[in-house]
Design a protein around this ligand. Structure first.
Ligand SMILES: Cc1cc2nc3c(=O)[nH]c(=O)nc-3n(C[C@H](O)[C@H](O)[C@H](O)COP(=O)(O)OP(=O)(O)OC[C@H]3O[C@@H](n4cnc5c(N)ncnc54)[C@H](O)[C@@H]3O)c2cc1C
Length: 567
């Protein structure tokens, strides 16, 4: 019989996920877990079954923008793909956004919601993007105190009724920049009866099929820079379904996230409402970014999980040199390293979800608030980088098949690659993490104290204790680097910010993994989390902190604007 290679398959993505199930068991009250497990199991079956099959079949479909109708009218209609239309309904029915606002389980509702998002995301081709912004918009409006907008929009953003559900866009990036948003050129002119009109171009607007958006614009005559921008609420279409003075110029031709209709827009007098004052728009949109960054982290860990679920299944099916790949010591070693990476990332992303939940219910204490502010950028940037690394390795673990489009595998890498770019790039978030440290690097001390407490509880197990020492030493080195760099000046601090933030992220991941492993050893008699600890601890927690601003200037001298090159 000729050789026939069986492709990888997926089972129930809830039942098969030891890491998720063990974490939920440790974290949630037993009666809550009992109540939420049936829908999680259902979603796990959908994600590994019908939705996964649909995702493979829908691979070549992409959103289509039609700018003109047959009679010459400008319509700018975007037709979504069948997978996304299905995803839209499932998201409403399973309460992918609603769960966090119904708060049936108090602060744990955020963890519940993130567990749903984690199962849903890898099978729905980044439908998590509009959901993240919808969640962020609800959170932002609720914290704005603007009752008129809250009453108008929040019930739609948080409903379980697919017919009533609105999604929201988040339009910040302009041609002038997505990082330095203070350069934005969109102007707001005040009209009659408090209605403002916006004029300008938005350069990246995902989820352009949304019913509403939160956006930034500068009220005419307002001061330059970020402070002069205001946060505005707009509704995209009027009662007849016509866009309100918005032109969709084109959809972006992107490396990945191909199902997401990311557009370039021109606002030509779009009616808009102030959300909160005529200034400080960047500060006022910050609650949205905190939520979308949480979603980014959950997406990162869910895509790592999906990549590994496929690679591990395939390794049992693919035979080389006389044995299935999973039995080959080096292949096993490669996959084990990736599994440890994904487990560590999982615990940091879900820890931030716990803190967000406690923040929303007012249960958060001062230490935790400081941790939430610091770990939000740190978690986002660390998990995003890990997702790209894991997806790239997983494609290689499939050999040539990983590079071939109709296996559906290359999409894992392309979709992961957006995670370090949107919602703040790695560098921009590293600088934000420095700001989050506060006066005298208080947040860093709080993190060290928290980590030490988690590690103390695991000190009786030598394997976990050894990993704990690696974690503390990484934090000590990070602290001494920061003190030295501050003496050298602002450039030195900025230059090392990415290494500093990644070191914090990896150390926090290790500490949380140790905390979970101790519980899992004691309560489940399971060695696997402890094995992940040992593996992750030896995978670059204490990154080198070379202080080489001078070297960087020499290396890049040909390109520096103020350099006279001496050869
Ligand atoms: C698929 C996709 C969808 C998107 N959807 C949206 C959306 O819906 N809404 C929206 O508002 N935006 C969206 N964006 C835009 C995204 O948020 C921006 O691309 C991102 O914030 C970076 O901005 P930029 O592209 O202008 O890059 P720039 O800001 O020009 O940055 C270029 C590089 O410079 C680095 N850099 C910038 N400043 C510093 C500094 N001070 N120190 C060190 N390094 C620095 C950055 O890290 C980056 O590597 C989307 C982007 C993509 C790819």
């Amino acid at each position: 019989m000729p050789f026939h290679q069986t492709p990888p398959t997926l089972g129930n993505q809830y039942e098969d996920d030891r890491v998720l199930r063990s974490y939920l068991k440790r974290t949630l009250p037993p009666e809550m877990l009992q109540e939420i497990e049936p829908p999680l199991r259902e979603l796990g079956a959908l994600a590994g079954g019908e939705l996964y099959r649909m995702q493979l079949a829908d691979r070549l479909n992409e959103p289509v923008l039609t700018q003109w109708d047959a009679w010459g009218n400008r319509i700018d209609h975007i037709e979504l793909t069948p997978l996304w239309r299905r995803a839209e309904r499932i998201a409403a029915e399973y309460g992918l956004v609603a769960t966090a606002y119904e708060r049936r389980h108090g602060s744990f509702s955020r963890v519940h919601q993130c567990a749903l998002a984690y199962l849903f995301t890898p099978s729905t081709d980044i439908y998590s993007c509009p959901l993240a912004m919808t969640d962020g918009a609800a959170h932002t409006l609720l914290s704005s105190g603007n009752d008129a907008l809250i009453n108008r929009a929040v019930p739609h953003l948080t409903t379980r009724d697919a017919a009533e559900l609105w999604t929201s866009g988040q339009w910040m990036t302009e041609l002038t920049g997505g990082s330095d948003v203070g350069l934005s050129e969109t102007v707001a002119r005040r009209g009659a009866e408090g209605v403002w009109r916006l004029y300008g171009r938005k350069w990246f607007t995902s989820a352009t099929t949304s019913q509403m958006a939160l956006t930034l614009a500068r009220p005419e005559g307002g001061e330059a820079g970020g402070r002069g921008l205001a946060l505005f609420y707009i509704e995209m279409r009027d009662e007849e379904g016509r866009l309100r003075n918005i032109q969709i110029n084109r959809l972006k031709d992107k490396l990945g996230t191909r199902k997401v209709p990311t557009a370039e827009l021109t606002l030509e007098g779009t009616p808009a409402y102030l959300v909160k004052g005529e200034t400080d728009g960047i500060r006022n949109i910050a609650p949205m970014l905190n939520i979308t960054r949480l979603w980014n982290g959950i997406s990162a860990v869910s895509l790592m999980r999906r990549s590994l679920a496929l690679a591990l299944d395939y390794a049992r099916r693919r035979v080389a040199f006389g044995a299935p790949l999973i039995e080959k010591p080096l292949h096993m070693d490669t996959l084990a390293g990736l599994q440890a990476e994904a487990e560590a990332a999982f615990h940091l992303a879900f820890y931030v979800a716990e803190l967000v939940g406690r923040g929303e219910t007012g249960e958060i204490d001062d230490e935790e608030s400081v941790m939430l502010r610091l770990l939000t950028p740190v978690m986002k940037l660390t998990t995003a980088k890990q997702a790209v690394h894991v997806a790239s390795e997983v494609l290689e673990a499939f050999g040539g098949a990983g590079y071939v489009e109709d296996t559906g595998l290359p999409m894992l890498l392309r979709d992961s690659q957006v995670l370090p770019i949107w919602e703040g790039t790695t560098n921009v978030l590293s600088l934000d993490a420095l700001r989050a440290l506060g006066a005298d690097a208080l947040a860093f001390q709080v993190l060290k104290t928290k980590v030490s407490r988690w590690l103390e509880a695991a000190a009786h197990d030598e394997r976990l204790a050894a990993a704990g020492r690696i974690c503390l030493s990484a934090l000590d080195h990070a602290g001494s680097w920061l003190a030295r760099a501050k003496q050298d000046g602002q450039s030195a601090v900025e230059a090392g910010a990415r290494r500093f933030a990644l070191r914090l992220g990896r150390a926090a991941e290790l500490a949380l993994l140790i905390k979970h492993a101790r519980w899992s050893l004691e309560k489940e008699g399971d060695q696997r989390a402890a094995a992940a600890v040992s593996r992750f601890a030896s995978s670059g927690i204490d990154l080198p902190d070379t202080q080489d601003t001078d070297n960087a200037r020499i290396l890049l001298a040909d390109y520096l604007l103020d350099e006279v090159t001496s050869t």
